[in-house]
Write a protein that binds this ligand. Structure first.
Ligand SMILES: [Zn+2]
Length: 468
């Protein structure tokens, strides 16, 4: 497509112009200046000056001092129109010049007048995700920038995190389009849309024994997200079975699949050994040897989809510092007085429910909040109740898979998820250290592990503060 067409009378000029490449208007301009200077000789009159009519789509719209001036004016207009999106605009309008001698004192065509006579477009690209047109961007480079920025929101390569493959789960197409300058989206605006994802409102009917927290878990959301979808609601807002509340589910427009290898330094938590010393007063204890966490350098290969790690395989593990066990010396056991711990609201002394290594701590994993601690282990290994209590839930529960909830009184509960087998029933009393289930990988789980939560007055707390 040739945006600018120059028409000149003498045939010889046109022939020489036709030999020039059309893609370099500067060269054409240069050649033209020379030709005009030669051609103009001998014809000057005092009352007229050489000039050119500007003809757009066959209509004469004004006069410019010369074809070169007209070209320059057009160039400026195209640059200004494209400037907001960092490109030079183009036009399909046909622009021609007719050279003539015109009476002195004419008013040349202004930039604004020329703008008003033309329609513009940008040679842009359209980004389609799964056949759905998402964005019109100024160029292929901008589309690349957008995809790169989106990827780097989740994984940024560095010397400790090497990517071997980056693909998209959805089909991504980028194709050339002609677009109005105002239809172009910036990378920042498009990134914001991708970040937000596709928000879909749903209705949720409150079930028996539901809480805000449980509804969030069932819908794979955070409690704050469920509350945010229901203006005015707080954790104290009472919900009744049958009541309808709003749920906002967000699904990403674009899913990036990363494959890579990551090396990280991880803490090896120290163990606690307990010794009994009859010289100590009953019920007292003291640390006779301080423990110290160890450290290991772990290299693992992973597959990650957006912010979620889908698989994680340890390929190398080097202990760089051994953990030192803590020794606690206790006085002889005393008989617990039931009322002594009542109403205190404190978490009772808990034992670790399973011996596997910690594969994931409590807290944010990417944008997702991990509400418990994961102990990696072998399917079928027994795990125990962290403290004495009553089983209040035992069965399949969504992402948790086979799951046990034990109530310890005083607002304290512990949860054990992804079990391969549940060995207790609702209503059963369990004692501390009693086997209640077998480790497995049921529900939303990758690999056998025990997901363990400590819940204080309905909210999870960091188990690492209570058990090792
Ligand atoms: Zn977990």
């Amino acid at each position: 497509m040739r945006p600018v067409k120059i028409k000149l009378e003498p045939k010889i000029w046109i022939e020489s112009l036709n030999k020039l490449p059309w893609k370099s208007p500067k060269m054409i301009g240069g050649a033209l200046a020379v030709l005009l200077a030669l051609g103009g000789g001998g014809y000057y009159l005092n009352t007229t000056a050489p000039a050119a009519y500007v003809v757009i789509n066959g209509e004469t719209v004004g006069i410019v001092e010369s074809v070169i001036n007209g070209e320059k004016l057009l160039e400026q207009v195209l640059e200004e129109e494209g400037a907001p999106v960092g490109e030079v605009a183009k036009t399909h309008d046909q622009i021609e010049y007719t050279t003539a001698r015109i009476d002195n004192g004419f008013t040349p065509l202004t930039k604004e007048e020329l703008k008003g006579k033309l329609s513009f477009f940008i040679e842009a690209v359209e980004l389609k995700i799964a056949d759905h047109p998402m964005f019109t961007l100024a160029s292929q480079a901008e589309a690349d920038k957008l995809l790169k920025a989106y990827e780097e929101m989740y994984v940024k390569e560095d010397e400790n995190n090497k990517l071997t493959a980056v693909t998209f789960e959805e089909e991504v197409e980028i194709q050339d389009v002609e677009a109005l300058p105002e239809a172009i989206t910036t990378v920042a605006e498009a990134l914001e849309v991708l970040k937000q994802g596709n928000v879909q409102k749903e209705e949720y009917v409150v079930e028996e024994n539901d809480s805000w927290w449980l509804i969030a878990r069932k819908n794979d959301l955070k409690t704050v997200e469920v509350l945010a979808a229901n203006p005015g609601a707080t954790l104290d807002t009472i919900i009744k079975p049958g009541e309808k509340i709003a749920i906002e589910k967000v699904s990403p427009y674009l899913t990036v699949v990363f494959e890579g290898t990551k090396t990280a330094t991880e803490t090896i938590p120290f163990d606690v050994e307990t010794k009994v010393d009859n010289k100590l007063a009953s019920g007292t204890s003291k640390v006779t040897k301080a423990g110290a966490d160890g450290e290991k350098v772990v290299t693992y290969s992973y597959v990650q989809k957006n912010d979620k790690i889908v698989t994680k395989t340890i390929v190398d593990e080097k202990v760089t510092k051994e953990a030192v066990s803590q020794v606690v010396t206790k006085g002889p056991q005393r008989v617990q007085v039931a009322s002594a711990s009542r109403g205190s609201g404190l978490v009772p002394a808990l034992v670790r429910p399973y011996g596997g290594y910690v594969s994931s701590y409590y807290g944010y994993r990417g944008s997702e909040f991990h509400t418990g601690i994961d102990y990696a282990g072998s399917s079928g290994d027994p795990f125990v109740a962290a403290a004495a209590g009553t089983v209040v839930a035992a069965g399949r529960q969504g992402n948790y898979g086979n799951c046990i909830l034990v109530d310890h009184g005083n607002g304290i509960q512990t949860r054990y998820a992804h079990a391969s087998k549940i060995l207790v029933k609702v209503g059963q009393s369990v004692s501390q250290g009693e086997t209640i289930g077998l480790v497995g990988s049921t529900g939303r789980s990758t690999g056998s592990h025990l997901h363990f939560e400590i819940i204080v007055n309905g909210d999870t707390v960091n188990p690492a503060n209570y058990v090792r």
